[in-house]
Design a protein. Structure first.
Length: 136
């Protein structure tokens, strides 16, 4: 599938005492990019909780930290949907300073669809699947 890209600026609050992005914040950047990917397809997470009564939660995340990002860097979070199963989505995500720079961080994230009422797994609604790009 074509990649979805989301820009992020590194703020002081994202860094440690040395001005380097704190490792857990890369996961926050990836989360924001997945949320914006859904939004770009016409899905708002608060609306999905109301109707059809679902939410998405991270089931698994694997992250490789390759190079540091620093205070005031302009980053690009690149997300690709790699697999769709009944109740789960797999993403490959990268964080770079821009398209030409080496990868700073890469992750593989599995997200599961849950019923909002009882947090039990449920199939991803067909109306969403119809808007998801095909996986290559």
């Amino acid at each position: 599938m074509a990649a979805f890209s989301w820009p992020v600026r590194v703020y002081y609050e994202d860094t440690d005492a040395g001005g380097v992005v704190y490792y857990a914040n890369y996961l926050r950047f990836m989360e924001r990019a997945r949320t914006e990917w859904l939004r770009s397809l016409g899905f708002e997470q608060d609306e999905l909780m109301r109707d059809p009564g679902i939410l998405f939660a991270v089931r698994r995340a694997e992250v490789d930290y390759l190079r540091p990002a620093r205070l005031n860097d302009r980053l690009l979070v690149i997300s690709r949907l790699t697999r769709v199963a009944g109740a789960s989505l797999d993403f490959a995500q990268q964080i770079r300073r821009d398209d030409e720079e080496p990868v700073l961080c890469e992750g593989r994230v599995r997200v599961v669809c849950l019923r909002a009422g009882d947090l039990r797994p449920t199939r991803i609604p067909q109306q969403m699947l119809d808007r998801f790009p095909s996986q290559d």
